[in-house]
Design a protein around this ligand. Sequence first.
Ligand code: ADP
Ligand code: MG
Length: 625
Amino acid sequence: MGYIELNVLNNDQSPQVMGIDLGTTNSLAATWKDGHPVVIKPEHSNSGSVPSVIHISEDGNVIVGQKALDQATVDPRHTIFSIKRMMGRGLADIQDDLEAFPFPISEDENGLLNIDVHGRQYTPQELSSLILLRVHDLGCRAMGGAEIQRAVITVPAYFDDTQRQATRDSARLAGIDVMRIINEPTAASLAYGLDQSASGNVAVYDLGGGTFDISILSIEDGVFHVLSTNGDTHLGGDDFDRALAKLVLDQLEGKLSSDELADPALQQAARLAAEKCKVKLSEQPEAELHLVLPDSGINVRRNVTREEFEALVSPLVQRTLDCCLQALADANLEVGEVAEVVMVGGSTRMPVVREGVEGFFKRLPHTELNPDEVVAIGAAIQAHILSGGSRDLLLMDVTPLSLGLETVGGAVSKIIARNSTIPCQATEGFTTYADNQTGIDFNILQGERELAQDCRSLGRFKLTGIPPMPAGLARIAVRFHVDADGLLTVTAREESTGVKSSIEVKPKHGLTDSAVEQMLEDSLTNARADFEAGRNAGLVTELGTMIHATEKSLPNVIDQLDPEQLADIREAIDAAREASDAKEKDGKSLQSARDALEQATMPLAAVLMDSVAKAALSGKSLSDV
Ligand code: ADP
Ligand code: MG
């Protein structure tokens, strides 16, 4: 058996990370591949955008994305959209939105919003986590079934602490480990590499589906500061759609009764037709606005020129520019002091918007990247940097050396990689390796080497009070958190009981720059030997656990195994002992001893699993088996 207990330590560090743009209208993920950020698109699709919409059916079936959006006209009562507007908010904060929501929203005694769907109450965090799950799942599948657990998620620059925390919580509900929450305008600037190319002020103009944000940032030595934000939470592409839809609806006036005109299905169909026409007009000088509603016998066509459209929406563009003026004033800047302008959001594809912005800032804005992808791309770049990858030049404040823990056998499990931008945090799962183990000693290490003895110990602490249970069952989450000052706090918590212990260490102090250099150099020259020593130490531990587990469970099931199977197991145990006890550890023999033991104990594992299952059914605890 042993195989189950083999996960003594979960130090498998997946190098793949994701950046997620969790939008009001659309959400999108990107990752890092072959030295570049790439947007994640499902097969046979030219866009990775997932509409941030959820439909929940009576039997609790949840659909997210385009199919849910299709339900908006059919079943509006149970189709939830604009969840981002509710994140970390109370009823009073969203008064302006309530009328537009066809689903009932209330506030519970803790001030948490509840959205009622088929009588069940959902918090915005839960709903948002469903969108994250979907985007994350698409990402993992597009990456060939990879399990990407860690992600950077973006939020508007104006999000306050509660809204950011709510975003974090929804990620937690989705099983995503948030590496960092970053501002959308910062992500967009990262996508354009502005952190590396320039010092100065940057204006990020973000016109999405339902919201407009203008952020003025300053970049200094690769560090971003938000100087001011402005915008309109009720101004976006939807308003452009409505203006256009009015054209056809006006044409129907007189032909339809006012009740027929107010029909939500007609309104929605007109809006969708208008959006199609609007998108075409971004590419061509003229497009058809075609509204069909077969059930009502409505079929209206109308040609719209770009000129006509632009005249119609120019007040909307002007409103965004008024916000820009205010943002500049708040940042105490003149237009001429803005060095770069970045365009974000699907609506900035409209030429009328680009021209308006160019005229206002008197410079050509950045539009080289897809405006609906830049935020996700920037998030992926940040995720890549946080996971230890670097770009040519890294100017952010970073951890100089990796931080980790000593694991059984003297190996090192790295938890925060070298060069992670601070503040940062990471959580890793551990378990006990001996039966009834009630305490664990943690040795916090700093360095790049694979063996604990070659790294610097920053401190030790003990987690005690773990209830006695079989090896491998305890779930211990160890969290490393480095704050903006480089202060490290390590917290260990046993999940089933909540027993907790923590220590604060100062990794930055005590190590001089030259000591850091030396440790890095050592790790390079010794990397190969280290790698082997580390792997061998791990294998020896693994073999020890396997032998122990096998010998312990063998007597209970000996009569259920063939003599031949028994002989195989005994032989494999002897070989494993020999390889582990050898003075000069040999990686190859350790590995083959391990594989042979695993192979030989398979029938034993099967029998054991069987009896565990039976015991569980009859209510016995695992330790009685
Ligand atoms: P959000 O950040 O609010 O989630 P997006 O950045 O995805 O939203 O922007 C969505 C908006 O962009 C929608 O109103 C959509 O109609 C609009 N849009 C997308 N592509 C185009 C285009 N080619 N021309 C004009 N508008 C577009
Ligand atoms: Mg957006």
